[in-house]
Design a protein around this ligand. Structure first.
Ligand code: MSP
Length: 661
C-alpha cells in the first residue's frame, strides 16, 4: 500500500508579484508531487499566500487600499502564474481565509493549554522585511538587517511569549532521531549548531498594528505573522484536529508516509526550529523533511526591482513554454545550491539537450525511418533475438530507471535529469552505430524492426521518467508514439519496469517536432522580446558566464573530439624543476613501454609527493615541446577557478593507458 505524500511550498508574501524565485520552489514541489503520483502514492501539493503582517499592512497603505482589498488583488497573479507553469496544486491556502484563522487560534490554544505561552514585556529589534526579531549580535553596523540591509526597528511592547527555550533539548533529540529531517546536510549542521547554543523564548504577538489574527481571549494582540504563516501547512488540511474529524488532515498529515516542506535557505530557521517546536508543544506530529533550496540570481546578479532584473515567470513561459522553463529550473542548478538564471544558458540547453538530444532522437526514428520504411507502425520483434548493442541499451535504460527514481526521491532533480539525458544520448549513439537508414535499404527488415523497437521503447520509458518535469511534452511524445497520456492513478505504479510494454502494431503519429531548434534570428528576437539587452559588453559577460556551455556555432563534431587522445596516466614520479616556480616534472605510466616525461605548471598547487600514485588524465598526442630545456611529452589536464587548481583525477583504478572519451 503506497502511503500518502504531502509536499508544500512556502506561502508567498503578497506584497509583490510572483517572480522566478517563487516559481522555482513551486515547480520543484509540483515535480515532487507528480513523481509521487505516478508511483501510485496519494499525493497532495499545497501552496498559497502569506497575507498578514506589518509588511503587507504598510504596502496596502502605500496603495491606499484596505489590507483585505489589497491582498485580494495581489492573489490573482500568483494563481495565474502557477497555472501557466502547469503546477497542479491540490490546495491553495490564503492566510486571510476563515478556515486558516480558526486553525491558527486552535493551535495557539493547544500551546497555551500546554503551559507554553505567557505574557511579558518585550523590547528588541525587528526587521519588517523578514517579519522577524533580530538579536544585537545578528545586526550589521548601523543597525542594519543582514538580509535586507535596511535599518531594523526598535520594538517595545507587551507581548505573549512562547517557551521556545523549553524545546532546545527536545529539538536536538528529534534531530538526532531523524538524521534526514533537514536537507541538505550542510544546512542541517547550521541548524543544529544554532540550537545547541540554546534557544530564547519567542515573542509571538504584537499590539502595535492590527493586520493579523487576534490572540484568542485577548484581541488587543495579533498573532505573530510567522506563527500564523507556518500553521498554513496544517490549517489547509483542516488541522489541528482530533482523529476522524478532518479526513484530509488524517490522510496527509497524521498518517502521511512523508511530509516534505520545500523552502528557501533564508527561511530554514523558521521551518526547522520554530515550526517543529510549535508542533511538539501542541502535540501534533512533525514533518518528515524540510528541504532548503538555494537562491537564484539573474544573469549573475541578485534579483531586484532597482536593478531592473526582477523576472516574473509569465513572459518566460510565453517565450519558451511551461515545460522548457520547468526543465531549465530543475536542470540548471543542483537543488540546494545557489544558481544563476541565464537566458542564454536556457537557450543553449534548449538547443543542445532538448532539440539536439531528445527531439532529434524522436525525429530520426518516428518522423523519419519508421514512417518511411515501416508504415509508421510499432514493429513486432523477437525479444529472444536481441544482439549485444540492443541489450546494452536496454540495460542502460534499466539502470537509468533505478537511478532516476533514487534521485527523484532525494529531490536531486538535476541528477535525475542527468541520468535521463545519459540514456537519451546512449540511444542517439545506438542509432548512430546501428545505422537504421542503411538497414532500411535491405530486403529483410528484421534488424530494422529490432532497432526501431528498441529506440521506441526507450522513448516510452523516457516519456515516463521525464513526466514529472515536463508533463505536457511527455504526453505529446507519447501521442506521437501512439500511446495514451500518462494518467496517475492511486496505488498503481506507472514507473517503467518490464521491457517491451510498447504494443506492436500501434500506429505512431509523427507531428510537429517536440523541440524545434531556435536559429540565431529566433534567439535574437526572443532575447529582445524579453528585454535582455545585447550590447557588446553584455555579450562578453554572457559568454564568460557560459564558457562551459558552447553556443551552437562552437559545437565540434564527434570526430573532432576523437582527435584528442586522452588517456589515463599513473603518476610514478614527481619532482620540482630547478629554477622554475611553477613546473613539476612528472614520470607518467601511460601504458607504454616506458613512463613519459610530462611537465605541468602546477607546483604552486601540489607538492610532488601528493601526486605520486594518482591516476590523472593526459593528452597523449600533443606535440612534444621543450620547457626550461626539458621535453614535455603531453599534458596533464587540470581545472582552475580564481584561486584553486585541481588536477583531473580518475576515480577508479582503470589500467594506465586506457582511453578517456
Ligand atoms: N511568507 C514567507 C514564507 C512563509 S512559509 C510559512 C516568505 N515569503 S517570500 O515571498 O518572501 O519568500 C518565499 C520563498 O521564495 C522563500 O522560500 C524564498 O527563499 C524564496 N525566494 C525568494 N527569492 C528567491 C530567489 N531569488 N531565488 C530562489 N528563491 C527565492 O518568506
Amino acid at each position: 500500500m503506497a502511503r500518502p505524500y504531502y509536499v508544500t511550498t512556502p506561502i508567498y508574501y503578497v506584497n509583490d508579484r510572483p517572480h522566478i524565485g517563487h516559481a522555482y520552489s513551486t515547480v520543484a514541489a509540483d515535480v515532487v508531487s507528480r513523481y509521487q503520483a505516478i508511483r501510485g502514492k496519494p499525493s497532495y501539493f499545497l501552496t498559497g499566500l502569506d497575507e498578514h503582517g506589518l509588511k503587507i499592512e504598510r504596502r496596502a497603505k502605500e496603495e491606499a487600499l484596505a489590507p483585505q482589498d489589497f491582498v485580494d488583488r495581489m492573489a490573482a497573479p500568483f494563481r495565474e502564474a502557477w497555472e501557466e507553469l502547469d503546477c497542479q496544486h491540490h490546495g491553495f491556502i490564503r492566510t486571510t481565509s476563515a478556515q486558516h484563522k480558526e486553525n491558527v487560534q486552535a493551535l495557539w490554544k493547544r500551546m497555551e493549554e500546554r503551559g507554553d505561552i505567557y505574557l511579558d514585556d518585550y523590547e528588541d529589534w525587528y526587521c519588517v522585511g523578514c517579519e522577524s526579531f533580530k538579536t544585537e549580535k545578528e545586526l550589521l553596523e548601523g543597525n542594519l538587517c543582514p538580509i535586507h540591509k535596511k535599518p531594523v526597528e526598535r520594538i517595545k511592547e507587551r507581548s505573549y511569549f512562547f517557551r521556545l527555550s523549553n524545546y532546545t533539548q527536545p529539538l536536538l533529540d528529534y534531530y538526532e532521531e531523524h538524521p534526514d529531517f533537514v536537507q541538505p546536510d550542510s544546512r542541517f549542521n547550521e541548524v543544529k549548531s544554532f540550537v545547541r547554543e540554546g534557544l530564547r523564548d519567542l515573542s509571538i504577538s504584537r499590539t502595535s498594528f492590527r493586520w493579523g489574527i487576534p490572540v484568542p481571549g485577548d484581541p488587543e494582540h495579533v498573532i505573530y505573522v510567522w506563527l500564523d504563516a507556518l500553521t498554513n501547512y496544517i490549517s489547509a488540511l483542516g488541522g489541528p484536529a482530533e482523529e476522524g474529524e478532518e479526513p484530509l488532515f488524517d490522510e496527509f498529515w497524521r498518517n502521511a508516509g512523508t511530509i516534505t516542506h520545500i523552502v528557501g535557505k533564508d527561511i530554514l530557521r523558521f521551518h526547522a526550529i520554530y515550526w517543529p517546536a510549535f508542533l511538539l508543544s501542541a502535540g501534533v506530529r512533525l514533518p518528515t523533511h524540510v528541504w532548503a533550496h538555494g537562491w537564484l540570481t539573474v544573469n549573475g546578479e541578485k534579483m531586484s526591482k532597482s536593478l531592473g532584473n526582477f523576472l516574473p515567470p509569465g513572459p518566460l513561459v510565453e517565450a519558451f513554454g511551461a515545460d522548457v522553463l520547468r526543465y531549465y529550473f530543475m536542470r540548471e542548478v543542483g537543488f540546494g545550491q545557489d544558481g544563476d538564471f541565464s537566458h542564454r544558458n536556457l537557450i543553449n540547453r534548449y538547443n543542445g539537450e532538448l532539440a539536439n538530444g531528445l527531439g532529434n532522437l524522436m525525429n530520426r526514428i518516428v518522423a523519419s525511418i519508421l514512417k518511411k520504411s515501416l508504415d509508421g507502425q510499432v514493429p513486432s520483434i523477437d525479444l529472444g533475438a536481441l544482439d549485444d548493442s540492443d541489450r546494452a541499451l536496454i540495460s542502460k535504460a534499466q539502470s537509468s530507471v533505478e537511478e532516476a527514481a533514487k534521485h527523484y526521491e532525494a529531490l536531486a532533480f538535476h541528477r535525475a535529469l542527468d541520468t535521463i539525458w545519459e540514456l537519451v544520448s546512449a540511444a542517439n549513439k545506438y542509432v548512430d552505430s546501428t545505422e537504421p537508414w542503411m538497414l532500411a535499404k535491405q530486403d529483410d527488415k528484421t534488424r530494422l524492426r529490432q532497432v526501431c523497437y528498441t529506440v521506441l521503447e526507450t522513448l516510452r520509458w523516457v516519456s515516463i521518467m521525464l513526466f514529472p518535469v515536463m508533463p505536457q511534452k511527455c504526453n505529446e511524445l507519447r501521442a506521437q508514439l501512439g500511446m495514451p497520456p500518462l494518467l496517475p492513478t492511486e496505488q498503481v505504479d506507472l514507473w517503467p519496469s518490464a521491457w517491451g510494454g510498447l504494443r506492436p502494431g500501434a500506429q505512431t503519429k509523427p507531428s510537429t517536432p517536440l523541440f524545434p531548434r531556435f536559429d540565431e534570428a529566433q534567439e535574437r528576437s526572443i532575447l529582445e522580446r524579453l528585454g535582455v539587452e545585447r550590447p557588446a559588453e553584455d555579450d562578453k559577460k554572457a559568454n564568460a558566464m557560459t564558457e562551459s556551455e558552447p553556443s551552437k556555432d562552437d559545437f565540434i563534431e564527434f570526430d573532432d573530439f576523437m582527435k584528442l587522445d586522452l588517456r589515463v596516466g599513473l603518476v610514478k614520479t614527481a619532482e620540482r624543476v630547478e629554477k622554475s616556480k611553477k613546473l613539476l616534472k612528472l614520470g607518467i605510466d601511460a601504458g607504454e613501454s616506458a613512463p613519459r616525461q610530462i611537465l605541468a605548471g602546477i607546483s604552486e598547487h601540489y607538492a610532488p609527493e601528493d601526486l605520486v600514485g594518482k591516476r590523472v588524465v593526459i593528452v597523449a598526442n600533443l606535440k612534444p615541446r621543450k620547457l626550461m630545456g626539458l621535453e614535455s611529452q603531453g599534458m596533464v589536464l587540470a581545472a582552475s577557478d580564481d584561486d584553486r587548481l585541481s588536477v583531473l583525477v580518475v576515480e577508479r583504478d582503470v589500467e594506465p593507458g586506457s582511453r578517456a572519451k
